[in-house]
Design a protein. Structure first.
Length: 306
């Protein structure tokens, strides 16, 4: 272990800090984490921890969800400017306006939303359980927000009217089906695994569609030895760790989320040193009222399951 990783280990144990990292984080951040996971797995871990602090190496909506699910904990986001452009595409006022337009619909919100949006919807979902969440609802009409690509992926698998908001992930939307076809032609017969935030045309070319954790599980259990990966490049770190004998080809060098890369191990250490000095930095603060309102939609998702 490097001296910085050693010091991180020492401080996190001393202060009972749970370090969570998303699969899109830089590899050295994933390596010092207590748990690496997809949005659903990390939300579940933050709801059930006995740690005093949660250090969330991801983007802001994820750290906010951890705070909502564990309000008594101090939740820290090492890089406070790590946001999600998709989450910023919708606010509470727009949800309220849609509620007036569709009074009979159930409102399903991707976890990639702010706390104020979570406070206005009926239930959250992640990319791993979106279909299950929508299917579990009695309503036939669903307003699905903010990701139009995930909404369209869900709509193709359920017998319900899905009204999609027009948000999108700037990273996954960048890659076109023409580009993917060229990559597939270079590697004939190699399975193509994608995230449902990709466009409908890209998803149509996939052999498997799933969340980051589901993509890793699929590749690990598959007898195939080579895969084309259609999601953010940080996932390669865990894919290679779990499958040293397999080859992974990132479908495009455009699959980089600059926000996910804002956390560094230096910032993780700085945030731990601040705890050690008795003055935690980069803590997530939400009002008790906001936490109580936003918690309903997250709790409902966790009850439905992954
Ligand atoms: P998952 O972790 O659910 O695969 O989602 C990816 C994502 O875009 C997180 O921002
Ligand atoms: Fe947001 Fe897309 Fe980055 Fe995920 S990959 S944090 S959805 S911009």
């Amino acid at each position: 272990m490097s001296p910085i990783a050693d010091r991180i280990k020492e401080l996190k144990e001393k202060h009972n800090v749970l370090i969570l990292a998303h699969y899109y984080q830089p590899g050295d951040v994933q390596d010092i984490a207590d748990m690496v996971g997809d949005s659903y797995g990390l939300a579940k871990a933050s709801a059930g921890t006995g740690a005093a602090y949660i250090m969330f190496c991801g983007v802001k909506f994820m750290a906010e969800s951890a705070k909502i699910l564990s309000p008594e904990k101090t939740v820290i986001l090492p890089a406070m400017d790590a946001g999600c452009p998709m989450a910023d595409m919708i606010d509470a006022a727009r949800v309220k306006a849609l509620r007036e337009q569709y009074p009979d619909a159930a409102f399903v919100g991707y976890v990639n939303t702010s706390a104020e949006v979570k406070a206005e919807i009926d239930v959250c979902c992640t990319s791993s359980n979106a279909v299950k969440v929508v299917q579990s609802l009695p309503e036939k009409q669903i307003v699905f927000l903010p990701d139009a690509n995930l909404a369209s992926f869900v709509a193709r698998q359920v017998d319900k009217e899905i009204i999609a908001y027009n948000g999108y992930c700037i990273v996954h939307k960048r890659v076109s089906s023409e580009h993917i076809l060229a990559v597939k032609n270079e590697h004939p017969g190699v399975p193509f695994l994608v995230h449902p935030e990709c466009t409908k045309d890209v998803v149509a070319l996939a052999d498997f569609v799933g969340s980051t954790a589901q993509i890793i599980k699929y590749a690990t259990e598959s007898p195939e030895k080579k895969f084309i990966i259609g999601t953010e490049e940080g996932i390669l770190h865990q894919l290679k760790k779990d499958n040293p004998d397999k080859e992974f080809i990132i479908a495009s060098n455009q699959f980089v989320c600059v926000n996910m890369k804002k956390n560094s191990i230096e910032q993780v250490l700085a945030a731990l040193e601040a705890i050690d000095a008795g003055q935690p930095i980069n803590t997530i603060t939400l009002s008790d009222e906001m936490i109580a309102k936003a918690r309903r939609s997250l709790d409902r998702m966790l009850e439905i399951g992954g």
